[in-house]
Design a protein around this ligand. Structure first.
Ligand SMILES: C[S@@+](CC[C@H](N)C(=O)[O-])C[C@H]1O[C@@H](n2cnc3c(N)ncnc32)[C@H](O)[C@@H]1O
Length: 369
């Protein structure tokens, strides 16, 4: 099939193993979460705050042609996209993506939308809805996402489950989840059980460490320390990978001792820039690979007026990557702040049951347990 965009050959050859697309269709949001990585884009855009639906469909089509089979629609808050037109453009994008042939189309939302959205026929074509929920109680969740957000989000989760959607949640590992109840159980564990009780199929955790990247400047101060993480991660991961939680739990390892990295670099060295498995597309025309570069001038290419052009300037995010080598994450910890530990890719979540992780067969690279 012919491509809609005139695409730079360097771009095409870089993404020879493209699996997934993140379309950040809108740079507006109805919340202002303390930890938000997208804050810089929410605050200021010189020109475009949305990707026009025609462009969104064409980009989705071209990336599918290049191999992508998973599409994530996000933002900003994607349920604001055409909300005043009863979400016509959003539903058009979902319908088109399924017609184009995407196997897996999902939306990432804060869950604050009017519940009628869930009943629209084309919206129901989604393969999954991912709600962002940062705690199992209003106190914990609303401390980072804002007053009333827990109640609204959980009401929509329940409605979505009752309508038969596949529902998962994304959760940031913030300080509030690291507290313990009077019996000593981590609120993070309660959160997983709470998700299960709602009929959610998976919880996907994101870490919030300050690691010497642009977003450190605007992503609040609700992160936990490296020592706190190292003290509980092995236990949570062990429970998650041995199926003790009853639902799928994806949890980032985030760090490893320098010496241990050397024992399994092919597996531990996962990096989306090295695999070229994902592409992130933003309304301002920047195309990125690594989500750690969101809000910065760094990217890999630009799209505008029907063209995708490779970034040949110093703002190309891959310029300093050791593309052919299995290394720890080279975007984080450049200042040596983690001492004898090295950072891993934020998407490195051992044994995760995730569409692209499975397609890449990444667990097969593990040489030890
Ligand atoms: C930026 S939001 C955009 C989509 C939508 N508005 C939402 O809340 O899900 C996408 C996801 O990134 C998560 N997130 C926000 N700030 C983050 C940070 N500093 N590090 C990692 N993930 C973060 C959010 O909690 C959410 O699950």
């Amino acid at each position: 099939m012919a491509m809609y965009f005139d695409i730079d050959p360097e771009f095409q050859s870089f993404f020879r193993d493209l699996k997934q697309v993140f379309l950040y269709i809108i740079d507006d949001c109805n919340l202002s979460c303390i930890q938000c990585l997208y804050k810089a884009n929410l605050t200021f855009q010189l020109k475009s705050k949305v990707i026009a639906v025609d462009d969104a469909v064409k980009l989705a089509s071209d990336f599918h042609e290049m191999g992508a089979s998973k599409l994530t629609i996000m933002g900003g808050e994607p349920t604001l996209y055409g909300q005043s037109e009863k979400w016509k453009p959003l539903c058009e994008l979902i319908r088109a993506a399924k017609n184009i042939g995407y196997e897996y189309v999902r939306i990432d939302t804060n869950g604050q939308f009017p519940k009628e959205l869930l009943e629209i026929e084309d919206f129901r074509k989604l393969d999954a809805i991912t709600f962002s929920l940062d705690g199992p109680t209003p106190t914990i969740n609303d401390s980072v996402r804002g007053t009333g957000t827990f109640e609204a989000c959980v009401a929509n989760i329940k409605h979505a489950v009752s309508l038969g959607y596949t529902v998962d949640v994304t959760t940031c590992v913030h300080r509030g989840l690291f507290g313990r109840d009077p019996h000593g159980v981590l609120w993070l564990e309660h959160h997983i059980h709470f998700a299960e009780s709602l009929g959610i199929v998976a919880v996907n955790f994101h870490d919030l460490f300050k690691s010497g990247i642009p977003r450190d400047a605007w992503s609040g101060n609700v992160d936990i320390t490296l020592d706190e993480w190292l003290a509980i991660y092995p236990e949570i991961q062990e429970k998650a990978s041995s199926g003790r939680f009853g639902i799928s739990v994806r949890i980032p390892q985030s760090f490893i001792h320098k010496d241990d990295f050397g024992r399994d670099p092919k597996y531990l060295g996962y990096c989306s820039v090295k695999t070229g498995d994902r592409v992130l597309v933003h309304p301002d025309g920047i195309i990125r690979v690594c989500s750690l570069m969101i809000g910065s001038p760094y990217g890999i290419a630009r799209y505008y007026r029907g063209k995708i052009t490779w970034d040949n300037s110093p703002t190309n995010e891959i310029r300093d990557h050791k593309l052919g080598c299995d290394t720890p994450c080279t975007n984080q910890g450049k200042d040596g702040r983690f001492g004898k530990y090295v950072p891993l890719c934020v998407s490195f979540k051992p044994k995760q049951e995730e569409f692209v992780w499975q397609k890449l067969g990444w667990e097969d690279r593990r040489t030890k347990n």
